[in-house]
Design a protein around this ligand. Structure first.
Ligand SMILES: [Zn+2]
Length: 270
């Protein structure tokens, strides 16, 4: 599933080909994403110049002169630029053709993604109640500490709650808790201020490193057969249940928290 670093890498990859370009037409081959693609998307967007490509949480905001296309990649979506005449393959549901002769092509085999239109995207119901971006100064350990007081829920689902901070998916929550030495099962309200400060720093460090690594794939967003290379970083805990801890050798345990697999080291994480 594309996580925040992949979405940010997508934004950086597609933006230079979109900004300043006028849309010549929009072709929708299959509207049935998580919500139906608006019937009038072509009418709304065609003829308009794209002025910016922004990101909020895992939503891409493709801003036209009037109105914004809100796109989410869902479980399996991707966006890339192709020659507008390139015949579509299966699952390539949308083309946004540009005057440059390129088209922004949306592919999504599982169709859990979204393409919506809004005149006021930050107040759209999907975006209005989101917490702060993890890589901004608004998000820090103090915020985690203050919002967690008297919360009995486990710390891992707490930091994955989009109202607390956006974009901390399962991989990054698992890895940041390992790096901060915090047991993912611990009650959010029982983690000290000092440990939350450490945890927020680790969340920022791990997300920034993944975005940095994604930078090497930016050229994959144009031409070729698509599938921009998602990037792996060295994982200490995620997906490593029953394997030895890379720090102390203890066998990692695997628990389910909020229906998500959560590996941790019983010795390194308290
Ligand atoms: Zn360990």
């Amino acid at each position: 599933m594309p996580e925040l670093p992949e979405v940010e890498t997508t934004r950086r990859g597609i933006a230079p080909h979109l900004v300043g370009q006028r849309v010549s037409r929009v072709i929708v081959r299959d509207r049935r994403l998580r919500w139906p693609i608006p019937e009038d998307l072509d009418v709304r967007l065609s003829g308009q110049k794209i002025v910016a490509v922004e990101r909020r949480a895992k939503y891409l905001l493709i801003q036209a002169e009037v109105g914004t296309l809100i796109s989410h990649l869902g479980m399996s979506g991707n966006l890339r630029l192709v020659d507008a005449g390139l015949p579509p393959l299966k699952h390539e549901h949308v083309d946004i053709e540009l005057e440059s002769g390129l088209a922004l092509r949306y592919t999504d085999p599982r169709r859990f993604g979204a393409m919506l239109w809004s005149l006021d995207p930050l107040n759209h119901e999907l975006l209005a109640r989101l917490g702060p971006e993890p890589l901004t100064d608004v998000f820090d350990g103090l915020r985690l500490f203050e919002l967690s007081r008297s919360r009995a829920m486990a710390v891992k689902p707490f930091i994955m709650d989009n109202a607390i901070v956006v974009g901390v998916g399962n991989i990054y929550a698992t890895e940041a808790l390992f790096a901060a030495g915090i047991d993912p099962r611990r009650a959010a309200g029982s983690v000290s201020k000092a440990r939350y400060i450490k945890l927020a720093i680790e969340i920022k460090r791990i997300l920034a490193a993944a975005i940095e690594r994604g930078g090497t794939t930016l050229r994959d967003f144009i031409g070729g057969d698509g599938q921009p290379g998602y990037f792996q970083q060295e994982l200490f805990a995620y997906g490593r249940g029953e394997q030895p801890c890379k720090v102390c050798g203890t066998t990692l345990r695997d628990v389910k928290l909020g229906q998500r697999a959560s590996a941790y080291c019983p010795k390194c994480q308290k």
